[in-house]
Write a new protein. Structure first.
Length: 402
């Protein structure tokens, strides 16, 4: 465009010089043509920008990670003149869809229609804006450019994948009655807190016969405990200073791990308190898979935009909750300050598990520190899981201190 403008102004000054030195009909005719041409070109481009029609559609707005979505764009020229140069910019070009959306440049003949279809593979959890970002019209001379944006944008919500774990090494008294007895937890047999599936070691006196007959499997009553252990799942939503795509990959893996463990607990009738920080400390209580949707919906849309360090969140929550906890921490940030906080929690009688999600290419400067911390945690009785963004979650979570 800059070259076209230089050429046009050179032609303008040449025609002006021609008129100044020679005069006459032909020089003036050429001079006025040079003046009028950009005006006419701009008017036609302005009309095209206002009158063109387009439609865009997405076959699915909500998908599970790994699924594909089809996006279709139709652009129509309803006029009798040529739309000389059109450039369509898409939102996906600057996100994780950068290799799936590409800028389209073309011309439209009178009454012609063009269609474009993109197959979008949704690789990572999140909430994304897709479709037309802007449409640019360039005039016939290539010296003006007009832009138009759609009145509404299209969005896709990619929910995290649910991985069903066969096993997870969690220390909790909700697994069976025999485990409760070993931990000397007393119960108020006048108050039923919830029910769960029968587990080996449960007394027949605890079986809820009416509910068992209704659901066609043995169900056991859980009573309110006088010193009941809380299983706490804590998610670190601290923002990282990596690139947009690196953060998306890390956050997706972290959410996927959290979903897997939360579902494992609830499907095994282990009540949990899901804790996170978003402006303030928030807690969601869940007792079974019926309550899982609350946590799943939150994790589908939650943003990693907090400034609070995970050690501070741990300190605040443990200070306000004096009872013994089975604590499972999910984070992509690990340092010696966090190690000290975990040491204090373990010394206070809490059972602690930590799931650390990382990308090997981002650990260059901190690799030795991370290795030393993860090696030292099992020595103080803390189960540690290191999961790379390319690792299989189910395989790693089966083995503590992996």
């Amino acid at each position: 465009m800059a070259r076209n403008r230089i050429l046009y102004f050179s032609l303008f000054f040449l025609s002006l010089t021609f008129v100044y030195f020679y005069g006459g009909k032909i020089p003036y005719m050429l001079f006025y043509i040079v003046i009028i041409l950009p005006v006419v070109s701009f008017l036609f481009t302005f009309i095209a920008c206002k009158r063109f029609r387009f439609t865009e559609s997405i076959d699915k707005r909500t998908v599970i990670k790994g699924e594909s979505v089809n996006y279709t764009l139709n652009i129509h020229n309803p006029d009798f003149f040529l739309y000389s140069f059109i450039k369509v910019n898409f939102y996906g070009e600057d996100t994780i869809f950068s290799r799936q959306f590409q800028t389209k440049s073309f011309s439209l003949l009178p009454f012609q229609k063009k269609s474009f279809t993109f197959g979008i593979t949704c690789k990572y959890r999140g909430y994304y804006t897709v479709g037309i970002k802007s449409i640019e019209f360039e005039d016939y001379l290539g010296i003006f450019r007009l832009s138009r944006k759609p009145d509404a944008t299209k969005t896709i919500t990619v929910n995290p994948r649910l991985i069903s774990l066969d096993n997870f090494n969690i220390k909790t008294n909700y697994m069976s009655e025999s485990h409760s007895i070993l931990n000397n937890h007393f119960e108020d047999f006048t108050t039923i807190s919830d029910t769960r599936k029968y587990a080996y070691g449960d007394s027949l006196k605890r079986i809820h016969w009416k509910l068992s007959a209704k659901v066609n499997q043995l169900m056991v009553k859980n009573f309110e405990g006088t010193s009941k252990t809380n299983c706490v799942i804590m998610l670190d939503l601290q923002k990282n200073n990596y690139s947009y795509e690196q953060n998306i990959v890390l956050e997706d893996k972290l959410i996927e791990c959290t979903v897997a463990v939360a579902y494992y607990c609830l499907s095994n009738w282990i009540p949990i308190n899901f804790v996170y920080h978003s402006e303030e400390v928030n807690k969601i209580e869940a007792k079974n898979t019926v309550d899982f949707d609350k946590i799943y919906d939150l994790l589908s849309n939650v943003s990693f935009d907090q400034d609070i360090h995970i050690k501070d969140l741990l300190n605040i929550y443990s200070r306000d909750n004096a009872n013994k906890m089975d604590l499972i921490i999910f984070t992509s940030n690990i340092d010696y300050d966090l190690y000290d906080e975990l040491y204090n929690l373990k010394a206070s009688g809490h059972d602690v598990n930590i799931v650390y999600v990382c990308a090997e290419d981002l650990l260059a400067s901190n690799k030795n520190m991370v290795r030393d911390i993860l090696t030292g945690l099992p020595e103080i009785g803390i189960d540690a899981y290191k999961i790379n963004v390319d690792d299989n979650i189910e395989t790693v979570l089966k083995c503590a201190s992996a």
